[in-house]
Design a protein around this ligand. Structure first.
Ligand code: HEC
Length: 116
């Protein structure tokens, strides 16, 4: 009996572990920090998808917060910002995972992070 329940536990553990790994894999797959061309792409993506809420200059004020501030609510590390973009955030930030590829989210993030 106890062998069965520990096997079940092991399976449950493996399932949880497997469910977590795609996320960390996605982070690892991000391209290296953007050069000028990717920053231009990031800027274009920003104008297209984000300026309506965060403002043309990313200073916020419309329907989203200022993204030029020195500290972000959900973290200003590259992976945290990419996560905000791809998965959305509870306070009204929509998820862009269906519209943007992870590398596009990375270009956007690099564009935002150099605004300060
Ligand atoms: C419909 C309006 C809307 C759009 C469009 C939108 N955002 Fe947001 N965004 C928000 C709101 C509202 C928040 C605050 C969420 C919260 O505090 O939980 C937010 C939060 C964020 C955050 C987290 C900031 C922090 O302090 O941690 C980032 C980064 C972000 N948005 C980037 C973007 C990017 C990049 C785009 C374009 C791909 C975008 N947003 C499009 C409304 C929007």
């Amino acid at each position: 009996m106890s062998t069965i329940s520990s096997t079940m536990l092991l399976i449950a553990f493996l399932l949880v572990f497997a469910a977590c790994s795609p996320d960390s894999k996605q982070q690892q797959d991000l391209p290296p920090f953007s050069g000028p061309e990717q920053l231009t792409l990031g800027k274009q993506l920003y104008a297209l998808h984000c300026a309506s809420c965060h403002g043309t200059l990313a200073k916020g004020g419309i329907a989203g917060p200022d993204l030029t501030v020195s500290s972000f609510r959900y973290g200003k590390e590259r992976a945290a910002v990419v996560k905000s973009i791809l998965e959305g955030r509870a306070g009204g930030m929509p998820s862009f995972g269906a519209h943007l590829k992870p590398e596009q989210a990375a270009y956007l993030t690099d564009f935002l992070l150099q605004l300060h």
